[in-house]
Write a protein that binds this ligand. Structure first.
Ligand SMILES: [Ca+2]
Ligand SMILES: [Ca+2]
Ligand SMILES: [Zn+2]
Length: 386
């Protein structure tokens, strides 16, 4: 899910599939494999709404959809493909939306909520001024593979006072389709998101949970997005190994116990702003504090940081951020920058162990986030818009 502003993140929403795991997979199965669409599902067919998307004609909106699926398909190290299977049987509106939410009919709908009416009917009047779109996929009985999914885009943002053009919509569609194929949110370069400087938003990955100062560049994938889709859908091993090395790590508290639900970021020397890769510790919920990421060859420094307490519910990062009282917030890590380097070559796997401190203020951050969520549920924190 992608939302407009930080405060509106507090609307309590979930993806269709929960929990989530960051730096890559939205879900992992019991063997710690990311939940994905199987190879036999490629190319994944998608079916487009018959209606308009706000001020975009159906064909204008459909062209953006095609472009956005092609963006993920274009990652050379990932084995994922899509095909446009034509139109849905109707113009989807709040009156018929539930006839398109069947996860057993072989159809993956891309719904255009032309005036935000569907979002308002699902999440309450006014929600369409906060929620730009959402997406999710259902798993099979084994819990290892997705069977079908859907995406919904809110045409309200083409209208006053937002007046989004195709570029901003593309940023949202690529993000939502990332969820559709099983990618979680990622928390990288948060310091640039709302600093009123639009030139640095290029360093924010597409799978960041919220809108930024200017989302125009977020329709293009960043290194973390490309590494994440490659983790889920790796191409042939030689292709992946020619481009990436793998960091396989464990995060511990100073007590020696595994640290769960903290964001681990690898920062590449010489390209510090763009080449950042992340993984949430204990991302597959084995209780061991493990994290894993693909990185391009180079020398890296690590940063460990807490998950932003606003990133819960439908905007969560990692498997321990579902609510304000989840582990990522009750036992947040103290932001720590490590001086040690790790040099990694293409095709190489390196293991690292990092130690981080608890925030001694715990559980105050979780309670603070809970208070904000409560105020928001009373309608006291609605934003004034973009
Ligand atoms: Ca529609
Ligand atoms: Ca910025
Ligand atoms: Zn999202």
């Amino acid at each position: 899910m992608k939302k407009l502003q930080v405060l509106v993140l507090l609307v309590l929403l979930t993806h269709y599939a929960t929990p989530s795991c960051a730096g890559g997979p939205l879900l992992t199965d019991k063997n710690c494999n990311p939940v994905v669409f199987p190879a036999s599902a490629m190319p994944i067919p998608y079916s487009i709404d018959q209606g308009t998307l706000g001020s975009f004609s159906n064909s204008e909106a459909a062209a953006i959809v095609d472009d956005c699926f092609a963006t993920w398909q274009g990652v050379a190290t990932a084995r994922i493909s899509f095909k446009n299977a034509g139109h849905l049987a109707a113009d989807v509106t709040k009156d018929n939306v539930f006839t398109f939410t069947d996860y057993t009919d072989g159809i993956n709908p891309v719904i255009f909520d032309t005036d935000g009416g569907i979002i308002d009917s699902l999440y309450g009047v006014g929600a369409s001024d906060n929620i730009i779109g959402f997406s999710g996929s259902a798993t099979d009985d084994t819990g290892s593979y997705y069977t079908e999914g859907l995406s919904l885009l809110n045409g309200r943002f083409t209208q006053e006072p937002y007046n989004w053009g195709p570029e901003l919509f593309k940023a949202t569609f690529v993000h939502e389709f990332g969820h559709f194929i099983g990618l979680d949110h990622t928390q990288i370069n948060s310091q640039y998101v709302h600093d009123d400087n639009t030139t640095n938003d290029v360093y924010i990955p597409t799978m960041f949970p919220t809108a930024t100062d200017n989302d125009s560049s977020l329709g293009r994938l960043n290194p973390d997005d490309e590494a994440a889709v490659t983790m889920l859908y790796p191409a042939e091993i030689q292709v992946v190994n020619a481009v990436y090395g793998r960091i396989s790590g464990t995060l511990y508290w100073r007590s020696g116990l595994p640290a769960r639900g903290a964001n681990v970021v690898a920062v590449k020397q010489g390209d510090e702003e763009m080449s950042r890769f992340s993984s949430v510790s204990d991302y597959c919920m084995q209780g061991d504090g493990a994290f894993e990421m693909l990185v391009t060859p180079g020398t890296y420094n690590f940063i460990v940081e807490p998950i932003n307490p606003f990133f819960t519910g439908g905007s969560s990062v990692g498997p321990y951020a579902g609510t304000a009282l989840s582990l990522s917030f009750i036992f947040p890590a103290v932001t720590t920058e490590y001086e040690e380097n790790l040099t990694i070559a293409a095709g190489e796997t390196q293991e690292v162990q990092l130690v981080v401190r608890h925030n001694l203020l715990t559980p105050a951050p979780g309670l603070f986030a809970l208070l904000l969520q409560f105020l928001n549920s009373l309608g006291l924190l609605q934003t004034a818009g973009y």
